[in-house]
Design a protein around this ligand. Structure first.
Ligand SMILES: Cc1cc2nc3c(=O)[nH]c(=O)nc-3n(C[C@H](O)[C@H](O)[C@H](O)COP(=O)(O)OP(=O)(O)OC[C@H]3O[C@@H](n4cnc5c(N)ncnc54)[C@H](O)[C@@H]3O)c2cc1C
Length: 380
């Protein structure tokens, strides 16, 4: 791509999360000059459980081993007082701390970075985009990618995603006694039946547990109290841990995610899975797609590609969430405990199967009533 002399970069990216860094990686790899503008000082903490499907990591030509805290081999699901624990195939799910993970991806993107630069304004014409920072500095490029998370300023200025709604999730990094830490070695836990839609989780890191709770439907649920109560039943004391709340822009409908020379990726594009609440994989994938469409000179196709390759399947995830969370006991006993269905569920988050294909295959498996995972008496 030829750089025009009065531009700061070929592409400006607002936000240095996985969406922005992924776009930067695929652009710089193909010779583009990229400038990332990030409002925070780096590396920055990101409120996130840090569960990354290996399918997201596999998009990149380098290893993430240095920033992986744990590989997951088992998945415990809790509903009320009942627990089942299933095996998770190797190389399916990894645990990361987002400050280290995002910084690693940023360094490998080889983009120029201006940290502590908050973008507040944006204008564009047929040749360029101009981004204005809160301190009055301006930055010019041929294209701009809005990777600025759930409350995207870029989307707001352009009038994209006007009806966006965000839900809330809480996260705490809990220091726990050694025996509790060991009992979660290589194992994640998700608990249902505490919210009308949503769940609580325990995700293991190398020296602590990331615990949290998230609602996938709007409402006032006193999440903090619910999280504390549930964690104390696992012997996890949150009284000394800081609990942070952060918006979760759960996908709700197909909508336009580009305008002129500007494209939205990740949370800014509202691509959080309405069934699981995961968003890192789609942030990475949409970042890669944004880079591809810019490199091909076809950004007019961007919204259609995001809809075809991510969003239409998230509509199936939304249907599943509607069914699952309205009948949590039934879903726990006949979907989660059913080994075949649980395995197809895992395939959806590892990109091996779409939600659509997985869901349409479930009626076959419902007849496997005797293939249910027994209750787990040892692992609460
Ligand atoms: C509690 C919680 C737990 C979660 N757990 C998981 C999980 O286990 N697995 C998973 O896949 N997903 C999880 N998610 C979702 C996941 O964190 C997001 O989907 C993911 O971070 C999206 O990446 P992104 O690059 O789009 O945005 P972000 O990671 O939010 O990055 C946006 C960046 O833009 C910067 N920025 C914002 N505004 C501006 C501005 N005006 N100017 C300059 N910079 C700006 C921000 O500082 C930030 O660095 C969780 C979310 C929450 C809230």
């Amino acid at each position: 791509m030829r750089t025009m002399p009065n531009l700061d970069a070929d592409v400006i990216i607002v936000g240095s999360g996985p969406g922005g860094c992924s776009a930067a990686h695929f652009l710089t790899k193909n010779g583009c000059r990229v400038l990332i503008l990030e409002q925070k000082r780096l590396p920055r903490y990101k409120t996130c459980a840090g569960g990354v499907p290996d399918a997201g990591l596999a998009l990149f030509p380098f290893s993430f081993d240095r920033v992986i805290e744990q590989k997951i081999h088992r998945f415990s699901c809790v509903c009320g007082r009942e627990t089942v624990t299933m095996d998770v195939p190797d190389r399916t799910l990894s645990m990361v701390m987002r400050d280290r993970f995002d910084q690693y991806l940023l360094e490998r993107s080889r983009a120029e970075v201006a940290e502590e630069t908050r973008i507040t304004g944006l204008s564009q014409d047929e040749h360029k985009v101009v981004a204005t920072a809160s301190d009055g500095r301006t930055f010019r490029a041929r294209y701009l990618i809005g990777a600025d998370g759930p409350n995207s300023r870029v989307a707001g200025v352009l009038g994209l995603r006007p009806d966006r709604r965000v839900h809330i999730a809480l996260e705490a990094e809990a220091t726990v006694p050694g025996d509790i830490l060991r009992s979660f070695q290589g194992r994640i836990l998700a608990g249902f039946d505490v919210l009308p839609a949503g769940y609580y989780w325990i995700f293991p890191k190398s020296d602590h547990l990331s615990v949290g709770i998230g609602s996938l439907r709007p409402g006032k649920y006193n999440l903090r109290q619910k999280l504390q109560d549930r964690m104390s039943s696992f012997g996890i004391d949150l009284s000394k841990s800081r609990t942070r709340a952060y918006p979760l822009p759960v996908f709700s409908r197909l909508e336009k995610v580009h305008s002129g020379r500007v494209l939205l990726v990740g949370d800014a594009a509202g691509l959080v899975d309405p069934y699981t609440g995961e968003g890192i994989r789609h942030a990475m994938f949409s970042g890669m797609t944004a880079a591809e469409t810019i490199l091909a000179g076809r950004i007019q196709n961007y919204t259609r590609r995001i809809q075809d390759e991510i969003a239409r399947d998230l509509l199936w995830a939304k249907r599943l969430a509607g069914f699952f969370y309205a009948r949590q006991h039934f879903s726990f006993h006949y979907l989660i405990r059913n080994r075949c269905i649980f395995q197809t569920m895992l395939k959806t988050i590892t990109n091996q199967k779409s939600y659509k294909r997985a869901i349409l295959s479930w009626p076959l498996y419902l007849f496997h009533l005797f293939n249910r995972q027994p209750f787990d008496l040892n692992n609460p």
